[in-house]
Design a binder for this molecule. Sequence first.
Ligand code: PBG
Length: 333
Amino acid sequence: MIITGKYPNLRLRRNRKNDWSRRLVQENNLSVNDLILPIFLIDGKNKKESIKSMPGVFRYSIDKIPTIVDKAIKFKIPMIALFPYTNKSIKNNLGLEALNENNLVCRAIRLIKKKYRNKIGIMCDVALDPYTSHGHDGLLKKGKILNDETVEILINQSLLQAEMGCDVIAPSDMMDGRIGKIRKALDKKNFDEVQILSYASKYASSFYGPFREAIGSYKTLKGDKKTYQMDFRNSSEALREVALDIKEGADIVMVKPGLPYLDIIKSIKENFKIPVFAYQVSGEYSMIKNSINKKIINENIIIETLIGFKRAGASAIVTYFADEIAKDLKNYK
Ligand code: PBG
């Protein structure tokens, strides 16, 4: 710590006195380059459907995708993340819809790549939870989530998404060993340019509730995800997860949820010097959005939370506020 003087000749308030001076000494900032916008998909035509627990967020039918992607591109958001709401009738024990080349995600990737080419990046979750009747990210047998058998399906899900044109494969399932196996399979099929963003430190969290409503797995989820997602009491374990995923070939790692885990972002950044993304998840979004709507807090809280991620060392943030904040970043103080 360097201290160059002491009060009264040193007064730290001097630099804060004027707006122009505060702007000059800012250590961190947020730009549209830091934002990733999640988009929920739903079957049908001409649908923009609201989600009860996520005010201001919608599910879009494939034909309506341009309404939201046009906006993202206009605001220069670098990447979107696709998540499907799958009809119950299509779900089964094995989550086989994940491997259907005409599932919502595949159709959306094809449309977006055809219409927008490389103007915006596409990131896709690799996990089975939108497709399984039990709502788990992997195969469930006798109350257990099978690891290696699940990974075999995830490899095929990744290959399919890559084939459709997905730019960034994002395994969010927390199975052991999946990054290495997916990397190997992608390379073998000449998808060596496809990036892997590993949800390396993903915690078993109550903050995912609204997301599960959004993708239709809230009511169907049997039990919890504690045998594969991490215990929120742990931090060293997050570093072990990240170390393994880097060794296995992850290009970027994700920490999820966001705000309660800034310490994890910071220590990953300090220890590994790899790009770290943060996911400001659905529960965080809804708590903030509801409080803004009820005028309990003002909307500047959005930028305050997002800069918190930047301060901790995140390179980018997946946030349901991405379009709203990108639109008028200048209006936030
Ligand atoms: C599923 C997945 C989840 C989220 C992203 N991918 C939920 C979960 O693991 O149950 C949560 C995102 C959010 O809450 O915004 N693998």
